[in-house]
Design a protein around this ligand. Sequence first.
Ligand code: PLP
Length: 431
Amino acid sequence: MGVDFRTQAIHAGYEPLDNGRAAVPPIYASAAFDLGDAARGDALAGGDIDGFEYSRVANPTVDALEKRLATLEGGIGAVAVGSGMAAVSYALMCAGEGGGRIIAPTDLYGASVDALGDFLPQFGIHSDFVKDINDLEEVESKIGPDTRAIFAETVANPSTAIIDIEPLAELAHSHGIALIVDNTVPTPYLLNPIKFGADIVVHSTTKGITGHGNAIGGAIIDGGNFDWPNGRFPQFTARQQVISDDRTGEWHSFAEKFGKAAFIKRIRIKYLRTFGAVQSPFNAYLSLVGLETLPQRVSQQVVSAQRIAEHLTSAPHVTKVNYSGLGYTPQYELVGKYFPRGVGQILSFQVDGGADSVRRIIDGTKLFSYVPNIGDARSLIVDPARITHREVPAEARIAAGVSDNLIRLSIGLEDVNDLIADLDQAIAAAY
Ligand code: PLP
């Protein structure tokens, strides 16, 4: 098979010959699968062979999506889950379980801030927030004996701030901790964090990957490079009944049984099996279809987002534009290093006045849909302070740049001149 991203986006992870020669991956609407004979059933249940038993743990349609995403991100394996938040929560819990700590910026999607700051502590996993995730001294000052991982969004939503993955990964690895990144905003087409040293990548497939705003989903992709049995992660070296056979006295830990795949296997065998936030085969099918056009969609959206960002910088009543693709942002040099194809289709801007001006502009747009989502074929507009980042405490919200006069846009596939005209008329009418 070809190695170009556009080719893999269409073909990777799916073999028509194994699927009744269906050209498009079929939706396997089956809760369970025939185990064959008793020996095969035993081997499947023990995790000794690959295959399908029960769709909470694995399903052929979902499997095709997992394999395709692993290929597109350059990972050794992936697990698709019911939502982006399931992917974030499972990945953080799998690294932090048993009293670990996670270092993260507050410049994150609102529910991730809530998980780290408020909810995961209820499960004994605590966070150390930093002001600037690219300030290595600040990050290093937070590393302690219980630190398990650094977590950040590769391109933050909605500030579009970029993380400098390489030095952050080096710092993490020099202390034996993992780098987990949320790569939702750029999608694998614009950035492959594993190539730069990230260990685990999570996605909300709801966004650019599926691309049409029609299915909630998430995925965790494992780079396969991290040394989990390094002494910081007892969960990977402890013997586990679920992957052992007490009849024969064979006991295994995840690290010993699965080696470099210990993390992604633990996600499937412990997290998916017990917490059960499974991705439905129908949603996986929609994501597979969406992925086929990911490069073409995102390419156009990036060009439009750049034009709109440039236009807004000189638009009346716009006081600040956040788009890391603009030459004047402090992070512009990172764009050249990590984002030769652009930083994505999300941008945000501040306007004169406060929440009232924002409300008038949102209500005045005719083409933009007022929707708490990103990465759709439709262009979307939202007021993050009221909607997507509402649960973030005020101090952290301001630190993440989510002020009351901020508007976020997700640029779709409409004609860019139509989109600019719509924003111009809404802003003019609001004042
Ligand atoms: N990560 C980022 C960066 C997001 O923007 C979102 C948006 O909702 C999520 C995670 C959560 O994804 P989902 O809504 O699919 O649970």
